[in-house]
Design a protein around this ligand. Structure first.
Ligand SMILES: NC(=O)c1ccc[n+]([C@@H]2O[C@H](COP(=O)([O-])OP(=O)(O)OC[C@H]3O[C@@H](n4cnc5c(N)ncnc54)[C@H](OP(=O)(O)O)[C@@H]3O)[C@@H](O)[C@H]2O)c1
Length: 328
């Protein structure tokens, strides 16, 4: 099969379209014929090893898993003998970040636990835009953020992959949502349901006297002391991503401040939760959540897609359509 392969860490230039062996599913795994995949920050970090922890987990000198790609949507081609939920021909979607990745390819294997039937109203491309970013938004708002109806919730970085889902999911939970993004994304944030928008190029939300019950920081750095000002007395701050320095700032300073001040400062590590994908499927099928697709690419254009992602201004998601080329 064709796959986008990398054998050393580096820029998107190290990615190559190659013929590799088609994987075979184990007992509890499903072989998926990939119709579409999408780009996530995880692909960028695992490609560039810009965070040193990547080398500790994925291989010190070179990557152990040579095919990136976390999100997948496609058709079940074959199932292992212990698989109960799916059969060949089913249209499925899910994410394989915790399971050797491999979505930038014509076929991938995945445990059945990380897949769900594709929402009937979505194309494969739309479905592939959802899993990792939407699960991050859901776990950040719900599991760590303990979001409640009527709360004032601010999403910083509301126009990216995670942020566009976070705005819509926070509205689903009944929050009053403020979206922080740049000028050209303000209308999109309103369309997604934001009650208020703040243009970060004109206004610093940590300096305007407003306070929020929950702040989800998907993008855009502020020191934790700034966030403290913008949080209500018992407010919760959840950071979904950032540099190692930012992570340590929240983990060390934030945990001290959490004990002292009543506000909570938390960092998100995505966890397997079998309830997430079925809930997202329902929200997608009822139109409460709609994926925002910025750009579309073919499998051979994955390097280009990652270059664009690396510029840091994606508007929603970049999706890859995987046209089957040949099969070994
Ligand atoms: N913890 C986990 O398990 C997990 C899982 C998934 C993702 N993440 C993390 O979550 C973060 C967000 O991921 P993503 O996929 O949403 O990234 P993304 O799609 O690359 O985000 C791009 C967006 O960030 C916005 N942005 C850039 N600078 C900003 C600023 N100063 N203030 C506000 N917005 C700004 C851009 O808007 P403009 O063009 O308008 O500037 C653009 O829309 C990443 O750090 C990622 O590593 C963590």
């Amino acid at each position: 099969m064709k796959a986008i392969v990398y054998t050393k860490y580096g820029s998107p230039d190290v990615l190559q379209l190659k013929d590799v062996e088609k994987p075979a599913p184990r007992e509890n795994e499903v072989l998926v014929k990939v119709q579409a995949t999408s780009v996530n920050a995880a692909d960028w970090h695992l490609l560039t090893a810009d965070i040193f922890l990547v080398r500790l987990n994925m291989g010190l000198l070179k990557p152990k898993n040579t095919i990136l790609g976390c999100d997948i949507a496609g058709q079940v081609e074959a199932v292992g003998r212990d698989v109960r939920q799916f059969k060949p021909g089913d249209a499925v979607f899910g994410e394989v970040l915790g399971h050797n990745l491999g979505g930038f390819a014509e076929y991938v294997t995945a445990p059945e636990s990380v897949l769900a039937l594709k929402p009937a109203n979505l194309s494969f491309e739309e479905a592939a835009a959802v899993p990792l970013a939407a699960k991050t938004a859901l776990q950040g708002l719900h599991d760590l953020g303990q979001i409640q109806s009527g709360q004032k919730v601010l999403i910083n970085g509301a126009s990216g992959g995670v942020g566009t889902f976070a705005v819509q999911i926070a509205k689903y939970f009944g929050a009053e949502v403020t979206a922080v993004c740049s000028t050209h994304n303000l209308d999109m944030a309103r369309t997604l349901g934001a009650d208020h928008v703040i243009d970060y190029s004109k206004e610093d939300f940590t300096q305007n006297g407003q306070q929020y019950d929950l702040i989800l920081a998907a993008n855009g750095y502020h020191p934790i002391s700034d966030y403290k000002r913008a949080l209500s007395p018992r407010g919760i701050y959840v950071m979904t991503g950032g540099s190692l320095a930012q992570l340590f700032e929240v983990m060390l300073q934030g945990s001290r401040m959490s004990k002292r001040d009543g506000q909570q400062y938390r960092t998100l590590t995505l966890k397997p939760n079998p309830k997430d994908l079925p809930l997202l499927k329902e929200l997608l099928e009822t139109g409460k959540v709609v994926p925002v697709i910025d750009k579309r690419y073919s499998l051979s254009e994955v390097p280009e897609a990652l270059r664009y992602f690396g510029e840091g201004h994606a508007r929603g998601k970049e999706v890859i359509t995987v046209e089957q080329m040949n099969v070994n």
